[in-house]
Design a binder for this molecule. Structure first.
Ligand code: SF4
Length: 63
């Protein structure tokens, strides 16, 4: 699974970090999401949930 974050579109809501804390983090200075690493196979569901929950639709997944 490949994960891309649209950092221009991210509104720093943090839903992605709550859903998949080992995959997403937020920058200290502005809360914009960053990718910690590509998800492991057992994190795919949580990563999909993060993309669904993102209010800005700023997470794009390709599998
Ligand atoms: S859920 Fe979306 S808007 Fe919120 S921090 Fe994550 S990428 Fe940004």
């Amino acid at each position: 699974m490949n994960v891309e974050i649209d950092q221009e579109g991210c509104v720093a809501a943090g839903q992605c970090v709550l859903a998949a804390p080992d995959v997403f983090d937020q920058r200290d200075e502005d809360g914009v999401a960053v990718l910690l690493r590509e998800p492991l196979a057992d994190e795919y569901d949580a990563t999909r949930e993060a993309a669904l929950l993102c209010p800005a639709r700023a997470i794009a997944l390709s599998e």
